[in-house]
Design a protein around this ligand. Structure first.
Ligand code: COA
Length: 335
């Protein structure tokens, strides 16, 4: 029997608030709501503020809205009578937004943010009910462990906090703790595979290998997110076993982001992360998201000198779908 209560249908009983699908034009406001929502509670915890630069979150929002437009909704104020100067007084400008992805049988709540002055009056809950799937998809999200409101709200929808997702950053000064890639395992840049066979055959081989690894470790495929990662400048590597068969993949980038990573054998995760940390020299520090289940990789990264950042994120789900001992997600906002 499902522990997830039935979705409550029908109109949303919120006076003066309208819910509608987001447009591209709403996305700058969504970036500001995201920053203001985080700064509001992080400030109260004496944590550093989110910098004003909204470029990366804006690009993520554009990706989410492009791949899942029916799951990206905003809340606005109903247009009242025009003001004395004839303007609508900010009506139809978003005051909250929610965005989710659907990848095979996994629905992932990527973002839910309400402007600080409008929180606690049912808007977040209404948006969540609006974009929640009606079928039996697994529901999942990542939530800040220091945020009881969202933790409670998501748990009530069946997305129970199950596993910490830890952010590590810095540069490893004792990389040997991660271990060498076993002999016979060869990293091959995605670009070499894509260019290695004529008429798009290299692309097709790579996509098939990545999809198979994702299905096995993450529990879903997400070619659209891989295209986004490459457009974001992440460099992918496919790891081949002695017989040439794919045994894992991973990404690194010059801005220092390592991940996502998927491996067939859990023991390969730490050496693959070790390889990625050195394969692309970052301009500054490296950063990687590690789920608690990937214990050996976490221990090895700490022993190598990487540092934990801030509070953990909590990965929440309604039913298990991934093996987080073999899959490092992209970020808390995009599995
Ligand atoms: C989290 C957030 C999206 C929720 O939206 P909201 O509009 O403020 O929330 P709602 O009023 O719709 O619902 C909150 C529910 O949680 C309940 N709640 C709040 N604190 C709780 C607690 N400590 N324990 C249990 N339930 C709690 C409220 O009672 C309410 O339930 P009710 O409607 O049945 O009374 C919003 O507060 C927000 O944007 N916060 C800052 C950014 C953030 O943390 N986003 C999530 C990132 S992980």
């Amino acid at each position: 029997m499902s522990v997830v209560p039935e979705r409550r249908p029908g109109p949303v009983p919120l006076d003066g608030i309208r819910l509608r699908p987001a447009t591209q034009g709403d996305l700058p406001s969504c970036g500001e709501i995201w920053r203001d929502g985080l700064n509001d509670y992080m400030g109260r915890l004496n944590l550093p503020e989110i910098p004003p630069e909204l470029g990366p979150i804006g690009r993520l929002h554009r990706h989410l809205q492009a791949t899942d437009p029916e799951r990206f909704w905003v809340a606005t104020r109903d247009a009242g009578p025009p003001g004395d100067d004839g303007t609508s007084g900010g009506a139809d400008r978003p005051i909250a937004f929610a965005s989710a992805t659907r990848r095979d049988e996994v629905w992932f709540l990527s973002m839910l943010f309400v402007r600080p002055g409008d929180q606690g009056r049912g808007i977040g809950s209404a948006l969540l009910r609006r974009i929640r799937p009606a079928d039996s998809a697994a529901l999942a999200t990542g939530t800040d462990s220091a945020q009881p409101i969202s933790n409670a709200l998501y748990a009530r929808h069946g997305m129970v906090p199950r596993m910490p997702l830890l952010s590590l950053s810095g540069r490893p000064d004792r990389q040997e703790t991660l271990g060498e890639l076993p002999s016979g395992i060869t990293p091959v840049p995605f670009a070499a595979i894509a260019a290695g066979a004529p008429d798009g055959a290299g692309h097709r081989e790579l996509s098939a290998a990545v999809d198979a690894l994702d299905r096995e470790s993450a529990g879903f495929t997400h070619p659209q997110d891989h295209r986004f990662l490459r457009a974001e400048g992440r460099t992918g590597f496919l790891y081949r076993g002695p017989d040439g068969a794919p045994v894992g993949y991973g990404y690194a980038s010059e801005v220092g982001r390592v991940g996502p990573v998927a491996v067939r054998d859990e023991a390969l995760l730490a050496p693959v992360v070790g390889h990625l940390l050195s394969a692309v020299e970052p301009r500054d520090a490296s950063a990687v998201w590690v789920p608690g289940q990937a214990d050996r990789t976490l221990i090895a990264l700490l022993a190598a000198g990487m540092r934990l950042d801030g509070f953990p994120v909590l990965l929440c789900w309604s039913r298990p779908f991934a093996d987080f001992g073999r899959y490092l997600p992209i970020s808390p906002g995009l599995l």
